[in-house]
Write a protein that binds this ligand. Structure first.
Ligand code: NAD
Length: 331
Protein backbone atom coordinates (compact mmCIF):
# COMPACT_ATOMS: atom_id res chain seq x y z
CA UNK A 1 0.00 0.00 0.00
CA UNK A 2 1.24 3.49 -0.91
CA UNK A 3 2.18 5.82 1.94
CA UNK A 4 -0.27 8.68 2.36
CA UNK A 5 0.09 12.35 3.22
CA UNK A 6 -2.36 14.91 4.56
CA UNK A 7 -1.69 18.54 3.56
CA UNK A 8 -3.85 20.90 5.62
CA UNK A 9 -3.58 23.82 3.17
CA UNK A 10 -3.64 24.21 -0.61
CA UNK A 11 -0.05 25.52 -0.71
CA UNK A 12 1.05 25.99 -4.34
CA UNK A 13 -0.14 23.24 -6.64
CA UNK A 14 3.14 22.76 -8.52
CA UNK A 15 5.07 22.42 -5.28
CA UNK A 16 3.23 19.20 -4.42
CA UNK A 17 4.45 17.29 -7.51
CA UNK A 18 7.23 15.28 -5.81
CA UNK A 19 4.68 13.98 -3.30
CA UNK A 20 1.93 13.34 -5.88
CA UNK A 21 4.29 11.20 -7.97
CA UNK A 22 5.19 8.92 -5.08
CA UNK A 23 2.43 8.92 -2.46
CA UNK A 24 -1.33 9.19 -1.94
CA UNK A 25 -1.88 12.87 -1.16
CA UNK A 26 -4.97 14.45 0.36
CA UNK A 27 -5.05 18.26 0.31
CA UNK A 28 -7.54 20.38 2.26
CA UNK A 29 -8.73 22.60 -0.56
CA UNK A 30 -10.23 25.58 1.32
CA UNK A 31 -8.49 28.89 1.99
CA UNK A 32 -9.23 28.68 5.71
CA UNK A 33 -7.62 26.54 8.42
CA UNK A 34 -8.73 22.90 8.38
CA UNK A 35 -11.50 22.43 10.98
CA UNK A 36 -10.24 20.42 13.95
CA UNK A 37 -12.81 17.62 13.62
CA UNK A 38 -12.02 17.13 9.94
CA UNK A 39 -8.29 17.29 10.67
CA UNK A 40 -8.68 14.50 13.26
CA UNK A 41 -10.75 12.39 10.87
CA UNK A 42 -8.46 12.77 7.84
CA UNK A 43 -5.11 12.38 9.62
CA UNK A 44 -6.04 9.00 11.11
CA UNK A 45 -4.58 6.76 8.39
CA UNK A 46 -1.77 9.07 7.18
CA UNK A 47 1.97 8.40 7.29
CA UNK A 48 2.96 12.00 6.58
CA UNK A 49 1.48 15.35 7.60
CA UNK A 50 2.19 18.80 6.18
CA UNK A 51 0.70 21.27 8.64
CA UNK A 52 0.45 25.02 9.09
CA UNK A 53 1.20 26.98 12.28
CA UNK A 54 -2.55 27.21 12.98
CA UNK A 55 -2.91 23.41 13.17
CA UNK A 56 -2.45 22.11 16.71
CA UNK A 57 -0.46 18.89 16.36
CA UNK A 58 -0.75 17.60 19.91
CA UNK A 59 -0.99 14.34 21.80
CA UNK A 60 -4.60 13.87 20.66
CA UNK A 61 -3.47 13.93 17.02
CA UNK A 62 -0.59 11.52 17.71
CA UNK A 63 -3.04 9.16 19.51
CA UNK A 64 -5.31 9.18 16.46
CA UNK A 65 -2.65 8.99 13.76
CA UNK A 66 -0.88 5.79 14.77
CA UNK A 67 0.91 5.40 11.41
CA UNK A 68 2.40 8.91 11.34
CA UNK A 69 6.16 8.95 10.78
CA UNK A 70 6.82 12.57 9.76
CA UNK A 71 5.23 15.93 10.52
CA UNK A 72 6.48 18.79 8.37
CA UNK A 73 5.31 22.28 9.28
CA UNK A 74 5.21 25.20 6.86
CA UNK A 75 6.71 27.55 9.46
CA UNK A 76 9.86 28.08 11.48
CA UNK A 77 7.89 28.34 14.75
CA UNK A 78 6.95 24.96 16.21
CA UNK A 79 5.02 25.95 19.32
CA UNK A 80 1.91 24.32 17.81
CA UNK A 81 3.55 20.88 17.81
CA UNK A 82 4.06 18.62 20.83
CA UNK A 83 7.62 17.66 19.91
CA UNK A 84 8.18 15.79 23.18
CA UNK A 85 5.35 13.35 22.52
CA UNK A 86 6.33 13.03 18.86
CA UNK A 87 9.90 12.17 19.86
CA UNK A 88 8.74 9.53 22.37
CA UNK A 89 6.75 7.95 19.55
CA UNK A 90 9.56 8.10 17.00
CA UNK A 91 7.82 10.68 14.79
CA UNK A 92 10.10 13.07 12.91
CA UNK A 93 9.30 16.80 13.15
CA UNK A 94 10.68 19.22 10.57
CA UNK A 95 10.27 22.96 9.90
CA UNK A 96 11.26 25.65 7.38
CA UNK A 97 13.89 27.97 8.91
CA UNK A 98 15.94 30.51 6.97
CA UNK A 99 13.79 30.97 3.89
CA UNK A 100 11.46 33.37 5.74
CA UNK A 101 14.08 35.32 7.66
CA UNK A 102 14.40 38.40 5.43
CA UNK A 103 10.67 38.68 4.73
CA UNK A 104 9.80 38.56 8.43
CA UNK A 105 12.55 41.08 9.24
CA UNK A 106 11.07 43.37 6.57
CA UNK A 107 7.71 43.22 8.30
CA UNK A 108 9.21 43.94 11.73
CA UNK A 109 10.87 47.01 10.25
CA UNK A 110 7.70 48.02 8.42
CA UNK A 111 5.71 47.83 11.67
CA UNK A 112 8.36 49.94 13.39
CA UNK A 113 8.21 52.60 10.67
CA UNK A 114 4.42 52.49 10.50
CA UNK A 115 3.78 52.93 14.19
CA UNK A 116 6.55 55.52 14.69
CA UNK A 117 5.52 57.66 11.71
CA UNK A 118 1.78 57.08 12.34
CA UNK A 119 1.33 55.79 8.81
CA UNK A 120 -1.79 53.77 9.68
CA UNK A 121 -3.46 56.82 11.21
CA UNK A 122 -2.28 59.05 8.36
CA UNK A 123 -3.64 56.63 5.79
CA UNK A 124 -7.03 56.48 7.51
CA UNK A 125 -7.03 60.29 7.72
CA UNK A 126 -6.23 60.67 4.01
CA UNK A 127 -8.94 58.24 2.96
CA UNK A 128 -11.51 59.83 5.26
CA UNK A 129 -11.53 63.03 3.20
CA UNK A 130 -10.57 65.11 6.30
CA UNK A 131 -7.43 66.44 4.60
CA UNK A 132 -8.50 69.95 3.68
CA UNK A 133 -5.58 72.07 4.90
CA UNK A 134 -1.77 71.53 4.90
CA UNK A 135 -0.48 69.22 7.61
CA UNK A 136 1.83 71.21 9.90
CA UNK A 137 1.32 70.12 13.46
CA UNK A 138 -0.96 67.13 13.03
CA UNK A 139 0.13 63.52 12.72
CA UNK A 140 3.61 64.26 14.01
CA UNK A 141 5.46 61.02 14.53
CA UNK A 142 8.76 59.88 15.96
CA UNK A 143 12.01 59.52 14.04
CA UNK A 144 13.40 56.04 13.59
CA UNK A 145 16.83 56.87 12.20
CA UNK A 146 19.68 57.10 14.74
CA UNK A 147 17.45 55.79 17.53
CA UNK A 148 18.25 52.80 19.75
CA UNK A 149 16.81 49.45 18.79
CA UNK A 150 16.63 46.62 21.35
CA UNK A 151 16.33 43.18 19.80
CA UNK A 152 15.12 40.34 22.02
CA UNK A 153 16.10 37.00 20.46
CA UNK A 154 19.19 37.51 18.32
CA UNK A 155 18.79 34.56 15.97
CA UNK A 156 18.21 34.55 12.23
CA UNK A 157 15.36 37.11 12.16
CA UNK A 158 16.71 39.26 15.00
CA UNK A 159 20.03 39.62 13.16
CA UNK A 160 18.28 40.41 9.87
CA UNK A 161 16.45 43.23 11.68
CA UNK A 162 19.80 44.44 13.05
CA UNK A 163 21.20 44.57 9.49
CA UNK A 164 18.31 46.81 8.45
CA UNK A 165 18.85 49.01 11.51
CA UNK A 166 22.43 49.61 10.34
CA UNK A 167 21.09 51.40 7.29
CA UNK A 168 19.10 53.71 9.56
CA UNK A 169 22.14 54.58 11.66
CA UNK A 170 20.49 52.99 14.69
CA UNK A 171 22.32 51.81 17.78
CA UNK A 172 21.61 48.09 18.16
CA UNK A 173 21.32 46.36 21.54
CA UNK A 174 20.37 42.74 21.90
CA UNK A 175 19.38 40.22 24.52
CA UNK A 176 19.59 36.48 23.97
CA UNK A 177 20.24 33.41 26.10
CA UNK A 178 23.19 32.68 23.82
CA UNK A 179 25.79 35.33 23.09
CA UNK A 180 26.50 35.89 19.39
CA UNK A 181 30.05 35.43 18.08
CA UNK A 182 32.30 38.45 18.42
CA UNK A 183 32.47 38.64 14.60
CA UNK A 184 28.65 38.84 14.35
CA UNK A 185 28.46 41.47 17.09
CA UNK A 186 31.09 43.56 15.38
CA UNK A 187 29.63 43.05 11.89
CA UNK A 188 26.18 44.18 13.05
CA UNK A 189 27.53 46.68 15.57
CA UNK A 190 25.31 45.02 18.17
CA UNK A 191 25.83 45.06 21.93
CA UNK A 192 24.62 42.37 24.31
CA UNK A 193 22.71 43.78 27.29
CA UNK A 194 20.72 42.24 30.17
CA UNK A 195 17.00 42.16 29.33
CA UNK A 196 15.76 44.67 31.89
CA UNK A 197 18.51 47.13 31.01
CA UNK A 198 17.77 46.79 27.30
CA UNK A 199 14.08 47.48 27.94
CA UNK A 200 14.92 50.62 29.90
CA UNK A 201 17.30 51.89 27.22
CA UNK A 202 15.76 51.14 23.82
CA UNK A 203 13.51 53.47 21.79
CA UNK A 204 12.20 50.47 19.88
CA UNK A 205 12.00 46.92 21.23
CA UNK A 206 11.53 44.14 18.69
CA UNK A 207 10.74 40.55 19.72
CA UNK A 208 12.27 37.59 17.85
CA UNK A 209 12.30 34.70 20.32
CA UNK A 210 10.52 31.39 19.75
CA UNK A 211 7.48 30.72 21.94
CA UNK A 212 8.29 28.16 24.62
CA UNK A 213 8.10 27.88 28.40
CA UNK A 214 11.03 30.30 28.78
CA UNK A 215 9.48 33.04 26.64
CA UNK A 216 5.75 32.79 27.41
CA UNK A 217 4.67 36.20 28.81
CA UNK A 218 8.32 37.31 28.77
CA UNK A 219 6.99 40.85 28.31
CA UNK A 220 4.64 41.43 31.23
CA UNK A 221 3.52 44.36 33.37
CA UNK A 222 6.84 44.61 35.21
CA UNK A 223 8.92 44.61 32.03
CA UNK A 224 6.58 46.98 30.18
CA UNK A 225 6.96 49.38 33.10
CA UNK A 226 10.72 49.37 32.54
CA UNK A 227 10.32 50.70 28.98
CA UNK A 228 10.54 54.41 28.24
CA UNK A 229 7.23 56.24 27.86
CA UNK A 230 8.42 57.25 24.40
CA UNK A 231 9.31 53.67 23.35
CA UNK A 232 7.54 51.35 20.91
CA UNK A 233 7.12 47.57 21.15
CA UNK A 234 7.17 45.47 17.98
CA UNK A 235 6.13 41.82 17.94
CA UNK A 236 6.51 39.50 14.96
CA UNK A 237 7.41 36.44 17.08
CA UNK A 238 4.37 34.87 18.76
CA UNK A 239 1.47 36.57 20.55
CA UNK A 240 1.94 34.69 23.82
CA UNK A 241 5.43 36.16 24.29
CA UNK A 242 3.59 39.28 25.51
CA UNK A 243 0.95 39.37 28.24
CA UNK A 244 -1.69 41.03 26.08
CA UNK A 245 -3.79 42.32 28.98
CA UNK A 246 -0.72 43.98 30.50
CA UNK A 247 0.18 45.45 27.10
CA UNK A 248 -3.30 46.94 26.67
CA UNK A 249 -3.03 48.53 30.13
CA UNK A 250 0.42 49.94 29.34
CA UNK A 251 -0.82 51.40 26.04
CA UNK A 252 -3.98 52.85 27.64
CA UNK A 253 -2.03 54.49 30.45
CA UNK A 254 0.60 55.75 27.97
CA UNK A 255 3.34 53.85 29.77
CA UNK A 256 4.73 53.14 26.30
CA UNK A 257 4.17 55.15 23.12
CA UNK A 258 2.78 52.44 20.88
CA UNK A 259 3.03 48.93 19.48
CA UNK A 260 3.31 47.20 16.12
CA UNK A 261 1.84 43.73 16.34
CA UNK A 262 1.67 40.92 13.79
CA UNK A 263 0.87 38.16 16.29
CA UNK A 264 -1.67 37.85 19.10
CA UNK A 265 -2.50 35.65 22.06
CA UNK A 266 -5.67 34.13 20.59
CA UNK A 267 -5.46 34.52 16.81
CA UNK A 268 -7.57 35.38 14.92
CA UNK A 269 -9.46 36.94 17.89
CA UNK A 270 -8.24 40.38 18.83
CA UNK A 271 -9.21 42.29 21.96
CA UNK A 272 -11.55 45.18 21.07
CA UNK A 273 -9.37 47.60 23.05
CA UNK A 274 -6.43 46.97 20.70
CA UNK A 275 -8.57 47.45 17.61
CA UNK A 276 -9.81 50.80 18.91
CA UNK A 277 -6.38 52.23 19.77
CA UNK A 278 -4.75 54.67 17.36
CA UNK A 279 -1.22 54.12 18.68
CA UNK A 280 -1.04 50.51 17.57
CA UNK A 281 -0.51 48.96 14.15
CA UNK A 282 -2.05 45.53 13.69
CA UNK A 283 -1.39 42.97 10.95
CA UNK A 284 -2.91 39.46 10.68
CA UNK A 285 0.20 37.27 11.18
CA UNK A 286 1.73 38.07 7.78
CA UNK A 287 5.41 37.99 8.81
CA UNK A 288 6.41 35.53 6.08
CA UNK A 289 3.60 36.40 3.70
CA UNK A 290 5.34 37.35 0.49
CA UNK A 291 4.64 35.28 -2.59
CA UNK A 292 8.29 34.30 -3.02
CA UNK A 293 8.80 33.31 0.59
CA UNK A 294 5.58 31.38 1.05
CA UNK A 295 6.47 29.39 -2.06
CA UNK A 296 9.95 28.60 -0.74
CA UNK A 297 8.44 27.56 2.61
CA UNK A 298 5.98 25.24 0.85
CA UNK A 299 8.79 23.70 -1.26
CA UNK A 300 10.92 23.12 1.81
CA UNK A 301 8.03 21.61 3.79
CA UNK A 302 7.27 19.25 0.90
CA UNK A 303 10.95 18.29 0.64
CA UNK A 304 11.16 17.60 4.40
CA UNK A 305 8.07 15.39 4.22
CA UNK A 306 9.23 13.62 1.07
CA UNK A 307 12.65 12.80 2.53
CA UNK A 308 11.13 11.58 5.80
CA UNK A 309 8.70 9.27 4.01
CA UNK A 310 11.51 7.95 1.80
CA UNK A 311 13.46 6.95 4.91
CA UNK A 312 15.93 9.78 4.40
CA UNK A 313 16.77 12.51 6.88
CA UNK A 314 14.58 15.64 6.42
CA UNK A 315 16.67 18.77 5.77
CA UNK A 316 15.44 20.54 8.89
CA UNK A 317 14.80 17.80 11.41
CA UNK A 318 14.08 19.14 14.89
CA UNK A 319 14.26 15.90 16.85
CA UNK A 320 17.42 14.18 15.55
CA UNK A 321 17.22 11.63 18.37
CA UNK A 322 14.35 10.04 16.43
CA UNK A 323 16.49 9.92 13.31
CA UNK A 324 19.34 8.27 15.17
CA UNK A 325 16.98 5.47 16.18
CA UNK A 326 15.66 5.19 12.64
CA UNK A 327 19.17 5.42 11.20
CA UNK A 328 20.26 2.60 13.50
CA UNK A 329 17.32 0.48 12.34
CA UNK A 330 17.97 1.30 8.68
CA UNK A 331 21.70 0.52 8.75
P1 NAD B 1 16.07 31.49 15.66
O1 NAD B 1 16.03 30.17 16.36
O2 NAD B 1 17.07 31.70 14.59
O3 NAD B 1 16.24 32.67 16.75
C1 NAD B 1 15.63 32.67 18.00
C2 NAD B 1 16.60 33.27 18.99
O4 NAD B 1 15.92 33.39 20.25
C3 NAD B 1 17.84 32.40 19.23
O5 NAD B 1 19.00 33.17 19.10
C4 NAD B 1 17.66 31.89 20.68
O6 NAD B 1 18.87 31.72 21.36
C5 NAD B 1 16.83 33.02 21.27
N1 NAD B 1 16.09 32.61 22.47
C6 NAD B 1 15.44 31.44 22.70
N2 NAD B 1 14.89 31.46 23.93
C7 NAD B 1 15.19 32.66 24.48
C8 NAD B 1 14.92 33.27 25.72
N3 NAD B 1 14.21 32.64 26.67
N4 NAD B 1 15.40 34.51 25.94
C9 NAD B 1 16.15 35.15 25.00
N5 NAD B 1 16.44 34.62 23.80
C10 NAD B 1 15.98 33.40 23.55
O7 NAD B 1 14.60 31.72 15.12
P2 NAD B 1 14.13 32.70 13.94
O8 NAD B 1 14.19 32.00 12.64
O9 NAD B 1 14.85 34.01 14.10
O10 NAD B 1 12.57 32.85 14.32
C11 NAD B 1 12.17 33.39 15.58
C12 NAD B 1 10.68 33.24 15.79
O11 NAD B 1 9.98 34.14 14.95
C13 NAD B 1 10.10 31.86 15.41
O12 NAD B 1 10.26 30.92 16.43
C14 NAD B 1 8.64 32.17 15.11
O13 NAD B 1 7.85 31.94 16.25
C15 NAD B 1 8.65 33.65 14.78
N6 NAD B 1 8.25 33.91 13.37
C16 NAD B 1 7.09 34.58 13.13
C17 NAD B 1 6.71 34.85 11.83
C18 NAD B 1 5.46 35.62 11.55
O14 NAD B 1 4.79 35.33 10.55
N7 NAD B 1 5.11 36.62 12.32
C19 NAD B 1 7.50 34.42 10.76
C20 NAD B 1 8.68 33.74 11.04
C21 NAD B 1 9.04 33.48 12.35
Amino acid sequence: MKKSVLVTNKLFEEVLNPLLNRFEVEVFQQDEPMPRDLFKERVEDKTGLIAMSVDRVDQEIFDIAQSLTVVSTVSVGVDHIDIETATKRGIMIANTPGVLTETTADLAFALMMTVARRIGEAERYTRSGKWKIPIYRRLLGTDVYRKTLGIIGFGRIGRAVARRAGGFGMKVLYYDIARADKAVESDLNAHLMPLDELLATADFVSLHVPLDKSTEKLIDQRRLALMKRSAFLINTSRGKVIDEIDLIKALKHKEIAGAGLDVFEREPCLPRELIEMENVVLTPHIGSASYETRKKMAELAVENCFLGLEGRRPRYLLNPEVWKEKGDKIS
